[in-house]
Design a protein around this ligand. Structure first.
Ligand code: ZN
Ligand code: ZN
Length: 410
């Protein structure tokens, strides 16, 4: 057994989900990762949880169900299943999910069956979902290697080698080494992220100016009252937790109509399995008015993505990630947003997070008036590079370096 797994389990229980004495912990885990689930359970009882509820999953069985179950199954749900989820969330349980799946494991199935199922089950678990989305309960998602995922990331080497490489990659992103204490490393990492987000919020920048040697020259205005988010969240009971592990980004919302200039992507962008190595967007008054890609088919794919609805051609996220962060330095594509969005400074076209004061409780019209973008899509694309510079301009005209040579200036 890899000794790093023990450290990983401790890290997830004490920092990721931060399970509390007397609390119920729900663990979702694939059945073939049961040895790791057992470590999580032992560690959870060591910190004094009341009890652990296991929700086992299996991608193969999920696939078989979608392929072969009776058709009416997808228009119904079992009320006791929804009741269990809602009740646990209402009682203040914490929800830890272990993701270990084949990125192509559900390829070729009839997606309309899954959509029908979520149409009936989604409203039934509204209470659970809302408590989680608003960070009122602790929740955490983290990953373990899976063989087909490893083979996709590291093609051309034997399966065991690929899986070992993926485990090394995950441990590097999780700041787990043979001789460190990752719990300490994450406490320091969260403290650093929290300090930076507070500093950025206090500057109250009017705009950010991005420039690099690849041809990026972009000004992004930020809305009145915006704040920066990132690092750990805090539950309704005041318990800090990391909803996603790993996490490197600090992010806010751009001002919908305040984006001008050109930005060049710096990492491969995946549109439904097609990998676009590089592209550029030109913005005028917030809207994407130009799409460049070497391959005309790639340009067409991108044009279709930003034409999904009105808001799809405007930005919805501004995220800062240092070029020297562990995920960035690895320079591999994980085919999993949990990791890939932490690899580089990124922007997203589509919906905004409600990152203005009072934004979470605003109506749709109020969000629009506050400068936040709305869309059914939200797609991250990477723009960070070794020599990216970002200069912030304050409302009284001061210019403050935010990024110098790809990393934070402060
Ligand atoms: Zn992001
Ligand atoms: Zn995003």
């Amino acid at each position: 057994m890899d000794p790093r797994l023990e450290k990983y389990a401790k890290l997830l229980i004490s920092v990721g989900i931060n399970a509390q004495p007397g609390q119920t912990l729900v663990i979702r885990c694939p059945v073939d990762k049961a040895p790791f689930a057992r470590m999580l359970v032992s560690e959870a009882y060591r910190v004094g949880v009341r009890d652990v509820v296991m929700w086992w999953g299996d991608q193969f069985i999920s696939r078989e169900t979608v392929l072969h179950a009776a058709d009416e199954v997808f228009d119904t749900y079992r009320p006791w299943k929804a009741d269990e989820m809602n009740t646990l969330a209402r009682e203040g349980a914490a929800f830890l999910s272990i993701d270990s799946s084949d990125p192509d494991g559900m390829a070729g199935i009839d997606h309309s069956r899954m959509i029908r199922q979520s149409r009936v089950f989604g409203p039934a678990v509204k209470e659970y979902r809302e408590l989680q989305m608003a960070d009122k309960v602790q929740w955490c998602i983290a990953a373990l290697p899976e063989k087909n995922w490893a083979k996709k990331m590291f093609p051309g080497v034997p399966e065991e080698v690929a899986e070992a490489k993926l485990m090394d990659a995950i441990c590097a992103t999780m700041r787990i080494t043979a001789d460190n204490d990752p719990v300490e490393a994450w406490r320091a990492h969260n403290a650093a992220l929290n300090e930076r987000k507070a500093k950025l919020t206090a500057f109250n920048f009017k705009s950010l100016h991005y420039v690099n040697s690849l041809g990026t020259d972009l000004v992004i205005e930020l809305p009145e009252g915006h704040y920066w988010d990132g690092g750990n969240s805090v539950s309704a009971k005041g318990i800090p937790f990391n909803a996603n592990m790993p996490t490197e980004e600090i992010f806010t919302a751009p001002k919908r109509d305040g984006v001008n200039g050109r930005v060049v992507s710096t990492k491969p962008f995946d549109v439904g399995g097609v990998i676009i190595p590089r592209f550029a967007f030109t913005f005028r008054d917030g809207r994407i008015v130009g799409v460049e890609a070497k391959d005309p088919r790639h340009r067409e794919l991108l044009e279709a993505e930003i034409a999904l609805d009105e808001g799809a051609s405007y930005l919805g996220e501004v995220a800062l990630v240092p070029y020297d962060s562990p995920i960035s330095k690895m320079d591999v594509l994980f085919y999993d947003t949990l990791f890939d969005e932490n690899a580089s400074c990124h922007l997203a076209f589509g919906a905004s997070y409600p990152n203005v004061r009072g934004g979470a409780d605003m109506t749709e019209d109020q969000r629009k008036a506050a400068g936040l973008n709305q869309s059914i899509t939200h797609e991250d694309f990477m723009v960070g590079s070794r020599n990216l510079s970002i200069v912030g301009t304050t409302h009284d005209g001061r210019e403050i370096p935010v990024f110098v040579d790809g990393n934070f200036a402060f």
